[in-house]
Design a protein around this ligand. Structure first.
Ligand code: HEC
Length: 511
């Protein structure tokens, strides 16, 4: 044991380590700026290949830092010998190094993933990861200095616990990206929810109550309509137009364009204005491709707003006109085992058993290629990345039964042709399609035109020409079009840009 009063052994100061560490930290922070906006199309496959290791690698720093924290807490109660103290630098070095590796892989994943572009959550996760890696490096350096100067480890401990805090926050964001938000807390018991400041778990609002006697009209009738038709795009973590509709307060508060509703005045209420727009108006809500409200639902919303949009009033507080009464009764999907299982035709909110069975059946044909967008979703993602040359038009036909449920489709580098694309015409939910490096031609554009929900089309390295691509100017929701390495001329791209001002065209040539 070393005696604290003995003259300290002079130790080398970790100047070189500090220099290297700070250089690494600066490099990490500069990385996103140097790389600029991700352009997944220009990324070689190697980027995606390495990026996919991010979910594996990230567990290393988490595990290592958990161990360090555990040891540090123990050291607060039992002083460590000098040798032990020095040895604790090793896991710290390994922790910081593995954090850097995990962050680098994550960065490549981000650079190569079209689906991540523009997501605020993903960006926050990226910066959180970088912050953690930098904090880990600084923590390591602080420990090295504490050891060499023989100082007290107070500052080091603050940094360590701070870094681990950042790590926890960032890991949670990461989990939200893969599993959807609220994954961890969805089934949390009430006391836990209280501590976390969450609202009480929503008792399946989706099914309007048969007799909204006790529930307010808002909770029993209005909220379920909004839940079915609107909330998927207007909620925490996915507030389109900065507008959330999942609570009464936020519904009234509105978004970028101002209040969501004006009590007493349905005609001046933004939600009604949007719902009443003609179907082919780009601003019509819900957007094209999503099931529209029924006349009855619209009538109920208007009636409720015109009568003050009170969040608390129950049905008995109103004099309900007959048509509204009827609309409300039609709304109500009969409670399970209820008496009249007649009229209504509820929109499937989650995947039903038939769809699940169909997807499970296709898993043999397309292992790992067909997945649900999220647990609560009836929408599917299809990616042929692992099938590549094994996928041709004949095999693709097997997807027929699930086509209407597809939301993203990646057929890059497969052997499919225009014929397979033609099968996608009924994919009314499709938002993103990648046809890069396939044998498709201009004829495929005629099919894509039939899918107005499309927001992103990738035609990288295909035989499309000016004639085909110019037709895409009629696509109402197109936000991104990849034409890198095609024969499309700069003039055609310029003309397209003029017709589609809201669409980013990635072509690799100046237009
Ligand atoms: C598929 C996703 C989606 C669904 C479903 C959806 N919206 Fe939207 N909503 C958007 C997008 C995207 C925007 C932003 C673009 C815009 O303003 O048109 C938006 C914007 C809005 C805005 C403007 C907010 C503001 O202040 O800028 C209102 C109001 C609105 N939606 C109402 C509704 C209503 C009411 C429903 C249900 C009947 C609904 N939305 C369903 C995607 C959706």
């Amino acid at each position: 044991m070393s005696d604290p009063n003995s003259t300290p052994v002079p130790r080398r100061k970790p100047w070189a380590l500090t220099f290297l560490g700070l250089l690494t930290a600066a490099g990490l922070i500069a990385m996103p700026f140097l790389a600029g906006t991700p352009a997944p199309e220009k990324m070689p496959d190697a980027v995606r290949f390495i990026g996919r290791f991010h979910p594996v690698l990230l567990h290393l720093p988490i595990g290592v830092f958990a161990l360090i924290v555990f040891q540090e807490l123990a050291a607060m109660f039992r002083r460590r010998s000098e040798g032990e103290e020095r040895a604790s630098l090793v896991p710290l070095f390994f922790g910081a190094a593995s954090a850097i590796v995990a962050v680098l892989a994550g960065f490549l994943l981000y650079q190569g993933g079209e689906e991540f572009v523009g997501s605020a959550l993903v960006e926050r996760h990226l910066w959180g990861g970088l912050a953690f890696a930098v904090a880990a490096v600084v923590t390591f350096l602080t420990k090295a200095w504490t050891l060499s100067t023989g100082g007290r480890p107070v500052f080091y401990r603050v940094l360590l616990f701070g870094s681990v805090g950042v790590m926890g926050f960032t890991s949670h964001d990461g989990a939200s990206i893969t599993h959807g938000e609220n994954y961890l807390t969805e089934f949390a018991p009430v006391p836990v929810r209280k501590v976390l400041g969450l609202k009480p778990s929503e008792p399946k609002l989706k099914e309007p109550t048969a007799a909204p006697v006790a529930a307010s009209v808002y909770a029993g009738v209005v909220a379920p309509i909004l839940e079915q038709r609107c909330v998927q795009c207007h909620k925490e973590g996915k507030a389109k137009g900065k507008f959330r509709m999942d609570t009464y307060e936020l519904l009234v508060k509105g978004g970028k364009e101002g209040p969501g509703l004006v009590p007493g005045k349905s005609a001046e209420s933004n939600i009604i204005v949007r719902i009443d727009l003609p179907m082919d108006d780009e601003e019509h809500m819900p957007p094209e491709g999503k099931p529209d409200l029924t006349d009855g639902e619209v009538a109920i919303l208007k009636w409720w707003i015109d009568n003050g949009a009170d969040p608390a009033k129950v049905l008995a507080d109103y004099v309900v006109p007959a048509p509204i009464q009827e609309a409300i009764s039609k709304l109500v999907p009969p409670a399970k085992g209820g008496a009249d299982a007649s009229t209504s035709d509820p929109v499937p909110v989650g995947p039903d058993d038939a769809l699940k069975a169909a997807v499970a059946g296709l898993a043999k044909e397309f292992p790992g290629a067909l997945t649900f967008e999220s647990q609560q979703s009836a929408l599917l993602t299809f990616t042929a990345v692992s099938l590549r040359a094994n996928l041709d038009d004949t095999i693709f036909q097997k997807l027929d039964p699930v086509i209407p449920h597809l939301v993203t489709v990646d057929l890059s580098a497969t052997r499919i042709t225009d014929q397979a694309v033609a099968k996608l015409a009924p994919a009314k939910n499709l938002k993103m399609i990648r046809l890069a490096e396939t044998g498709i031609t201009d004829a495929a554009m005629d099919t894509l035109l039939k899918i107005p929900s499309l927001e992103s089309i990738n035609l990288y390295g295909t035989k499309v020409t000016d004639a085909g691509v110019s037709k895409l100017s009629a696509m109402p929701n197109l936000k991104r079009l990849y034409l890198w390495q095609t024969a499309v001329s700069p003039e055609a791209i310029k003309a397209l840009k003029e017709k589609l001002p809201g669409c980013e065209i990635i072509a690799g040539i100046e237009a």
